[in-house]
Design a protein around this ligand. Structure first.
Ligand code: NAD
Length: 409
């Protein structure tokens, strides 16, 4: 089995070697500040009590509070959460926002729980961890299978326990309960801003063909935004498989169809494809927006896309990275491509603390202003030193982290 934390460390050490980065900084970032494993007892609908395992990894707070989502997934494990936390430290530094890196997870298949059980599990996560959370300490957000509603349960539980009324301890909340306008679309939109800033440099056409793996918060929004901006989304998928249409799909119609029929199967005018086939389609842009380890040594050679926009965290293993780099496939790395989520989460935190509400237009303008210069810097550095954009992004982040007097102190 591929260990995402080993991959994250290889990315860190690989970039550090290229950039001749001080070894003590890299040693420090190879370990989290704190790792917490908790047991969460949940009373189930039938009256029994089930015990769930949860994690919070607080990787680095030298640039601001720990920041990162909470994932509910049957395959969540400590190494996955460690990797995701390290990537958050790099990502917040690439975006140059005043946050550190952290991540959480609960080992659970939420599709097997009722809505009441999900609420009790969410509240239980906070009861187990609240002493280690807080607007100045650690600020979680949604990730795979966690939603704005789940954030609302969590913030409510946190406020009951602490009396905090700022709402700033969790981001990604519903807009009615202190969430930011634009947070829902932020990760997909941020990815699109990064893509749009680099499209011409990458020699891609004004109307590119796009395949999107995963159609949750991130993939669903990304597909819609690419389509709305004149690109042709030819393939979309969920965990059970995907669909392909030469003439392009309307992502909103696909979402609606899936909602009604609980499956993509039979979508008019499209043929069924597997997730593996989707990754190997001959398209301009491949957007992995589901889970990690999708592009590996086994399939990277067959990737025909010209550019990979990593909206999922860790979709490409280091072996696949090398293969794609040799083949000339550009990879816009997760720590840049999907930073839009944490940037708008930071805007949400800032609004909560200042008692402000920004319009969606203002949020999107600020998001673009944060991401585009970083995308250009990463592109420039990668080209100048003939390295991958991932190494360039890590080096940009390591440069910023090295300037933090608090690191390692
Ligand atoms: P989500 O739970 O909303 O959606 C996940 C999607 O992936 C679903 O459509 C699911 O069916 C699909 N999926 C699951 N397993 C799959 C598989 N094996 N093959 C194909 N599709 C599969 O989650 P999300 O919030 O959209 O997160 C997706 C990715 O983006 C994750 O890697 C997450 O860490 C990353 N990410 C999310 C955010 C955010 O703001 N939510 C921010 C940055 C990065």
């Amino acid at each position: 089995m591929i260990n995402p934390f080993e991959n994250a460390l290889r990315q860190l050490w690989g970039a550090a070697k290229i950039g001749n980065v001080d070894g003590s900084l890299v040693e420090r970032l190879s370990r989290a500040d704190k790792e917490i494993t908790v047991t969460i007892p949940v009373v189930m609908d039938d009256g029994s009590t089930r015990l769930f395992e949860g994690y919070r990894v607080q990787h680095c707070a030298s640039r601001g509070p720990y920041k990162g989502g909470i994932r509910f997934h049957p395959d969540a494990d400590i190494n996955e959460v460690r990797a995701l936390a390290l990537w958050m430290t790099i990502k917040t530094a690439v975006a140059d926002i005043p946050m550190g890196g952290g991540k959480g997870g609960v080992v659970v298949d939420p599709s097997t729980l009722s809505s009441g059980e999900i609420e009790r599990l969410s509240r239980g996560f906070v009861r187990a961890l609240w002493r280690d959370l807080g607007p100045d300490v650690d600020v979680p957000a949604p990730d795979v299978n966690t939603t704005p509603e789940i954030m609302a349960y969590m913030v409510d539980e946190y406020e009951k326990l602490t009396g905090d009324r700022s709402g700033a301890c969790f981001t990604g909340k519903p807009v009615e309960t202190g969430g930011s306008a634009g947070r829902g679309a932020a990760t997909g939109l941020g990815g699109f801003y990064v893509f749009a800033a680099l499209r011409e440099k990458a020699n891609l056409p004004e109307s590119a063909t796009v395949a999107v793996q995963g159609m949750g918060n991130v993939g669903g929004n990304a597909a819609r935004i690419f389509h709305e901006n004149g690109h042709k989304v030819v393939a979309m998928s969920d965990s059970r498989g995907g669909i392909y249409a030469d003439d392009g799909l309307d992502p909103v119609a696909v979402e609606k169809y899936k909602e009604e029929s609980r499956s993509l199967r039979g979508f008019p005018g499209a043929r069924e494809i597997s997730n593996n086939e989707l990754l190997e389609l001959s398209v301009d842009v491949l957007v992995p927006a589901a889970l990690e380890n999708q592009l590996t040594a086994d399939n990277a050679d067959r990737v025909k896309a010209k550019l990979v926009l990593e909206l999922a965290n860790g979709p490409t293993t280091p072996e696949a990275d090398d293969i794609l780099h040799t083949k000339g496939v550009k990879v816009i790395p997760d720590v840049l491509a999907n930073a839009g989520g944490v940037v708008v989460s930071t805007f949400e935190w800032q609004q909560n603390r200042a008692g402000e509400k920004w319009s969606e237009e203002e949020v999107f303008d600020k998001l673009r202003a944060v991401l585009v210069p970083q995308a250009e810097a990463v592109w420039h550095d990668a080209l100048a030193k003939n390295m991958t954009m991932r190494s360039a992004a890590f080096l940009l982040a390591l440069g910023r982290l090295a300037n933090e007097p608090k690191i390692g102190a």
